[in-house]
Design a protein around this ligand. Structure first.
Ligand code: NIG
Ligand code: FE
Length: 428
């Protein structure tokens, strides 16, 4: 068979192809290794994965095919970032410095900073400016091994500005080195003009925003920031039900700063994921374990907010909840595009094994954003998204932190990192 992509000379190829999706409990570490593996693809989709001898006997690269050298190193599926707010205007390093000096995230938000500061900036920024700024973040994410990410709206908080954000996300999905899954988060905060009529704003989300988002097919998921001082459990439920009736699958920011019952609500409404979960209760862990909800953990946010209490990843995994990891990339509480640092924090702060962090950053993350049929594992029929690492042992990824260990990043059978030079040559 003629192919237009071939990865050869890999050391350990971890396919993540064994086991159920999502992975729970002990399954969170079945990696489907192939020593000296190769991957072949046509039109961006994998057609064969296996030991190099077998693959080379079965396929032949067409003239001009992309042939990637695995350098005898570790090769994994491309990383999936299951929770980002990658579209935003302006940055908030002044708030970061205030937190370093001792002010809390919630104090800063109550004083008009936080999400509402980002809303004021975004409303005054054009679609093109937002797209250019987000595109550079996605290129940085790709350089660190991310090949698919979810992106939320939620810095518009009025009909026009939420639609503007979602249209930017759609354009990014069409043009970027990273695959993009859109989420509507109109219930991210109460904007300044609705602070004295909070139920009125919930009605605006339900009756004006959700139908418009659904009509333009701008989002797959509907998310809510369910938290003390933000959206209550009952308000969150009403918004998620309305989203569901318009075809938007529920997700939740749950139990981030206080035990607010968000995880239980996620289980009750059949959300695809419950994210953060720092303050999740024991009962809620049981409810999640009995459900189909994925737990998306965001240790970069805890770190960046100066917290010492991290999400109970071990309890969740041991109870059988499928766990994913994500950056939460946003200007307020987690300014990183790198899934690699998140994988390090997964091991260092959440006590997840290297096998569990890889599972959480690939196949379980793909499940958390409804992309498990197309990404997250290297099997025939899935997209040819993979990372050739500079290291040959999986344990080195969480261990060696704060630097970029991705040598070559491939999305849909094309090299997206390192970038081509002026003459179109790549140094990979
Ligand atoms: O996931 N928790 C709510 N939303 C973001 C923070 C957004 C911001 O501060 O701009 C989060 O941490
Ligand atoms: Fe978030």
């Amino acid at each position: 068979m003629r192919v237009d992509f071939l990865l050869r000379n890999a050391g350990a190829l971890l396919t993540l192809a064994e086991g159920p999706i999502p992975r729970r409990g002990p399954w969170a570490s079945g990696l489907g290794p192939i020593e000296g593996g190769a991957v072949a693809a046509v039109g961006g989709r994998i057609v064969a994965v296996g030991p190099e001898r077998e693959i080379l006997a079965a396929v032949e690269p067409a003239p001009g095919a992309v042939v990637v050298d695995g350098h005898g190193s570790l090769v994994t599926p491309g990383l999936v970032d299951a929770h980002t707010h990658a579209v935003f205007a302006g940055t908030r390093e002044a708030e970061f410095a205030m937190r370093v000096a001792g002010r809390s995230y919630e104090e800063i938000a109550a004083a008009g900073g936080g999400i509402r500061a980002s809303v004021r900036s975004l409303r005054g920024t054009s679609e093109d400016e937002l797209r250019v700024a987000a595109a550079s973040r996605l290129r940085r994410a790709a350089a660190h091994g991310t090949t698919t990410c979810e992106i939320k709206s939620g810095y518009g908080l009025d009909l026009e500005a939420e639609l503007k954000m979602l249209r930017v996300i759609r354009r990014l999905a069409e043009s970027q080195p990273v695959g993009v899954v859109p989420t509507f988060l109109g219930a991210h905060e109460f904007p300044d003009e609705w602070r004295n009529d909070r139920d009125g704003y919930v009605g605006h989300v339900i009756y004006d925003m959700i139908p418009a988002v659904a009509e333009e097919h701008l989002a797959r998921f509907c998310d809510v920031f369910c938290e003390e001082g933000v959206f209550s459990v009952e308000q969150s439920r009403a918004i998620l039900d309305a989203g569901r009736s318009h075809g938007l699958i529920p997700k939740l920011h749950a139990d981030e700063l206080h035990a607010s019952g968000g995880a239980r609500l996620a289980a009750e409404v059949g959300a695809r994921s419950a994210d953060h979960l720092v303050c999740v209760s024991e009962d809620e862990v049981d409810a999640l374990a009995r459900s189909e909800v994925a737990a998306v953990l965001l240790p970069g946010t805890t770190l960046s907010l100066g917290g010492t209490r991290f999400a109970p990843a071990r309890t969740l995994i041991d109870a059988g909840v499928p766990v994913a990891l994500a950056t939460d990339l946003n200007p307020g509480s987690s300014m990183t595009e790198s899934m690699q640092i998140i994988m390090s924090l997964g091991s260092m702060m959440l006590r997840m094994s290297p096998e569990e962090v890889l599972t959480a950053a690939t196949v379980n993350a793909a499940y958390a954003i409804g992309e498990e049929g197309s990404v997250g594992a290297l099997t025939p029929g899935r997209l040819c998204d993979l990372v050739v690492w500079e290291v040959d042992d999986l344990r080195a990824i969480p261990y060696h932190y704060g630097v970029n260990l991705a040598r070559t990043v491939v999305r849909r059978g094309a090299v997206v990192w390192p970038p081509a030079d002026g003459a179109g040559r790549r140094v990979a």
